[in-house]
Design a protein around this ligand. Structure first.
Ligand SMILES: NC(=O)c1ccc[n+]([C@@H]2O[C@H](COP(=O)([O-])OP(=O)(O)OC[C@H]3O[C@@H](n4cnc5c(N)ncnc54)[C@H](OP(=O)(O)O)[C@@H]3O)[C@@H](O)[C@H]2O)c1
Length: 300
């Protein structure tokens, strides 16, 4: 496979996409941003923005002319709408497609019938069809949890502000985690290693963590805090989410329950990666000090 030089990023203004944009510019790829509406915000010198209609294969294939690789970082809610983008990439002769999913257990066949995960499988199957037809190739990046999302936001597993933690099972379920910046560097690593990453899932893991490990660090750093700790079985959390979906509730709290009830469910779905592509993709393992510092920053 010839070198990948030009890359289109879909969703480059988003939480993860903005890190991917920086990593690809830093790695000297020629970058084009696909967006539903051009932003006035400055990006980087030489980076072009192009407005696309994600439902139109015509609009998308025109935008992808001369592009070697597409990195999709579209929002979780838009994962199921990547079909026309994949079709257009195949038509335009894009050599590598990295779909938006970036999950912990998204590649485990046991989750493929669950709401949200089903769309991820549909997109991956479509990519495999295109690869079988010799029209493109794909790589999926499995990264566990974004570290930043563990510490704050709707899916945070330890609430430092209110000193509250909801432990799944006993709090000892292991899961892989990576920072947004390291995960973005892994994307650059995939594009620099197209042969070794062709048509496969690659795994990165800066750290394998548990909720108890994070909690213990917080207690050590600020022993005066009184923590309110609750426990819930990961199976119960998952069941609650599935019952919510069956009742037509696709609200964020229900979605979060499914993500935590699968991603932090111990060995059930395999969220802690024993084998990784860290070396290939240039990902450095977290030291104990790195984790202490991350927790200390959140407590400050
Ligand atoms: N493992 C984890 O812990 C974890 C946590 C969070 C997210 N993720 C994954 O990371 C990926 C990116 O998530 P994110 O949170 O960074 O995304 P985000 O910031 O919510 O959105 C990224 C961009 O998607 C574009 N987009 C295209 N179609 C859209 C649509 N129909 N609705 C909304 N936005 C649309 C928007 O760009 P334009 O307006 O420019 O078109 C938006 O800026 C997703 O695959 C998500 O599942 C993983």
């Amino acid at each position: 496979m010839s070198d990948i030089k030009s890359v289109a990023i879909a969703g480059a203004f988003g939480t993860f996409g903005s890190h991917v944009l920086k990593a690809l510019v830093d790695a000297k790829f020629k970058v084009k941003i696909l967006t539903r509406s051009a932003k006035s915000a400055d990006t980087y010198a030489g980076v072009e923005q192009i407005e696309v209609d994600y439902a139109s294969i015509e609009s998308l294939s025109a935008a992808l002319k001369g592009i070697d690789a597409v990195v999709s970082t579209v929002a979780a809610a838009a994962i199921g709408t990547q079909g026309p983008l994949i079709d257009a990439a195949a038509i335009a002769g894009v050599k590598r497609f990295i779909p938006s999913e970036y999950g912990a257990v998204t590649t485990n066949p046991k989750v493929q019938t669950f709401p949200l995960y089903d769309n991820i499988f549909k997109m991956r199957n479509l990519l495999q069809e295109k690869a079988d037809a010799g029209q493109t190739t794909w790589t999926v990046l499995a990264l566990g949890a974004f570290l930043e999302f563990l510490f704050e936001g709707p899916a945070s597993i330890v609430n430092f502000k209110e000193c509250k933690a909801l432990l799944l099972d006993e709090g000892d379920n292991r899961f892989s985690a990576n920072s947004l910046a390291a995960s973005a560097e892994a994307i650059a690593g995939i594009l620099k290693n197209p042969i070794a990453t062709k048509n496969r899932v690659v795994h990165i893991s800066q750290a394998i963590l548990t909720q108890n490990q994070i909690l213990k660090l917080a207690q050590k750093l600020r022993p005066e805090d009184q923590w309110e700790i609750e426990k819930v079985a990961s199976s119960a959390m998952r069941e609650e989410a599935l019952a919510g979906f069956r009742a037509g509730d696709f609200s964020l709290p229900v979605i979060v329950k499914l993500i935590l009830g699968t991603g932090i469910a111990g060995e059930t779905y395999g969220g802690a990666y024993a084998e990784t592509d860290n070396d290939l993709l240039g990902i450095k393992q977290f030291s104990g000090d790195d984790l202490t510092q991350s927790v200390a920053e959140k407590l400050a």
